[in-house]
Design a protein around this ligand. Structure first.
Ligand code: N01
Length: 533
């Protein structure tokens, strides 16, 4: 147990980020406590236990790189790992590195106030504890504050309701039930086919269709595991310098400078590969030019038409209102084929909007749907939701929520002016959700750890970005974002899924490798853009 009288660092969250941060701060000999709302480790993978939940980054890439021994001893079984396997892996890491002893579970942080006089954070929890600490590190996740639909009558429905992001640990048996699922993002795309196998009748309520590609998930061959284990070091290096945290060959041509035949052949190859970037990364301008993007978008729509028998249903499932990739694309296992089953129905909420929940089900502008259970696959207050859920107060009592009222402002997505010694792992304005999260988590944790080590070596009590550096970074993130098609879509990247949330592109699309270089330069220049005192 850490000495409760003298805490050097509090980490909020015991997911993949919080665990690694704890491991690293221990290396510095720091007295660290992790506070975790859940009853065990895992973060995202602890809460998101819905049927069919799995990662859409390949398992051999979606894993920690900090321990070569861990890499060698852990063996993944599938190309895309399922939630139970990832959770087992995270539990294994917690045990292997004896991390649990510094984690307090079942404890939600409700406020954190910076005391300028002593340069420490005072953190209050829902269990009544007050802990003060020099550093406060938020490992609260980008997609952890779940969101229910804004529809009247949520409390009226008499049957059970479930949010994909808070799935019961014991699982749910839908056998024989009439089930409704609201939402068609990644969580729905993964859970719909599995729920359809159980339910007597399944109705999917769609507001905006997703672009989804067949995942082509499969068990890993012994030979590929052995090859990866032999080449991990080179692979990790390539991940760190890549665009999205997954090494891929970079495109050199515009989609518009090749013949339709050549383009289709390339998209077909990407389709057969079945990764998130296999089609998106085919050409230089897929994410920057509407016309180029449309060639890929139409290719995906064609695949939907091939997979769905009823042309009308296929058309309803085909995205037409935003460019491919500007809302997060999905990888699926049998999603579109599910709509070929006679007991699965699709309701287009654009044509017949959701009006309310009733005692017996759900009413659209057209009719009432009687249901035995409702699944909300309605997503998250992304990027800022979990941070703003805590009353974080910096210098002069300024609330982070107020500072971010017009959108998140930070330097490098790592630190916030006016909030000394506060760090945000994969915070808004860093690559985070536009990358393989583990690669970005490790980069942030390593940077934060080096920074804290530097402060201790130089006997510096506090670090905080300057307002100028923060303004410069916010402007840069916006400029790079505006050079792409991302801001044209109503997505959770833009905050548009939460009524009243400012419309700001919240991630850095400059690339994982470029971003790392920038962070390293800042550190090499004695933490350029920060005030140290
Ligand atoms: O949430 P979402 P998610 N009435 O926000 C609809 C990651 N993830 O949990 O698009 C009706 O994507 C909403 O409609 P619209 C991944 O980064 C990864 O599925 O706002 N509908 C949308 O269809 C992902 O992007 C993995 O018009 C309403 C859906 O609900 C992110 O998490 C797996 C509504 C929400 O989709 C979030 O995914 C799962 C309303 N009032 C998640 N409100 C993998 O690694 C919302 N919707 C595979």
């Amino acid at each position: 147990m850490t000495d409760p009288r003298k805490i050097d660092a509090i980490i909020v969250g015991a997911g993949i980020a919080g665990l690694y941060q704890l491991y690293k701060l221990r290396e510095l000999g720091m007295n660290t406590r992790v506070l975790e709302a859940g009853d065990n480790v895992g973060g995202t993978w602890y809460w998101n236990r819905y049927p069919g939940a799995r990662c859409d980054v390949e398992s051999l890439s979606y894993s920690y790189s900090f321990s070569p021994e861990l890499e060698q001893e852990w063996t993944w079984t599938e190309r895309y790992p399922a939630q139970p396997e990832i959770l087992r892996y995270i539990n294994h890491v917690a045990e292997r590195f004896d991390l649990r002893k510094d984690i307090t579970f079942g404890t939600r942080v409700i406020s954190a106030v910076y005391d300028e006089a002593v340069q420490r954070w005072l953190v209050d929890t829902d269990t009544g504890e007050s802990i003060d600490s020099q550093f406060l590190i938020m490992a609260t996740g980008c997609l952890s504050a779940s969101k229910l639909p804004e529809v009247p009558g949520l409390e009226r429905f008499q049957g059970p309701t479930y949010h994909t992001g808070h799935w019961p640990h014991e699982g749910v048996d839908f056998t024989g039930m009439r089930v409704g699922i609201i939402g068609t993002g990644s969580s729905s795309v993964q859970s719909t086919p599995v729920i359809a196998e159980q339910a007597a009748d399944l109705t999917v309520f769609q507001r905006t269709p997703a672009y989804s590609l067949a995942a082509r998930n499969r068990p890993l061959e012994q030979s590929e595991i052995a090859e990866m284990k032999a080449n991990y070091r080179a692979w990790r290096e390539a991940q760190r310098t890549s665009g999205f945290g997954v090494p891929v060959e970079l495109p050199t041509q515009s989609a518009l400078e090749v013949s339709p035949k050549e383009r289709t052949a390339k998209y077909e190859a990407g389709w057969r590969e079945g990764t998130l970037v296999s089609i998106l990364g085919g050409y230089t301008d897929t994410l920057t030019d509407q016309e180029a993007n449309e060639t890929a978008a139409e290719f995906v729509r064609q695949k939907i038409r091939e997979r769905v028998h009823d042309p009308e249903v296929a058309e309803t499932l085909s995205p037409r209102t935003y460019p491919f990739g500007t809302k997060r694309p999905c990888l699926d296992t049998g999603y579109y084929e599910t709509f070929n089953k006679s007991h699965v129905h699709l309701v287009d909420l654009r044509k017949t909007p959701l009006v309310k929940l009733t005692e017996r089900g759900l009413r659209t502008s057209e009719q009432e749907y009687e249901l035995d259970a409702i699944v909300f696959a309605t997503g998250f207050d992304a990027m800022t939701g979990a941070l703003n859920a805590i009353d974080i107060r910096g210098k002069g009592g300024t609330a982070l929520r107020d500072k971010w009222a017009e959108g998140p402002r930070s330097y490098l997505g790592l630190a916030v002016a006016g909030f000394p010694n506060l760090f945000t792992i994969t915070g808004p304005s860093s690559p985070s959700v536009l990358s393989n999260m583990i690669v970005s988590i490790e980069q942030h944790v390593d940077w934060i750890t080096d920074c804290i080590a530097y402060l201790r070596e130089h006997d510096i009590a506090a670090i905080e970005p300057t307002a100028d550096a923060e303004d410069g970074w916010v402007a840069h993130v916006e400029e790079v974002g505006n050079a792409t098609l991302y801001p044209t879509a109503d997505s959770w990247y833009m905050g548009s899924n939460v009524p009243g949330k400012p419309r700001v592109f919240m991630a850095y699309i400059g690339g994982v490798g470029v971003y790392r270089q920038r962070c390293d330069e800042v550190a090499a220049k004695g933490y350029q853009g920060f005030t140290l005192q």
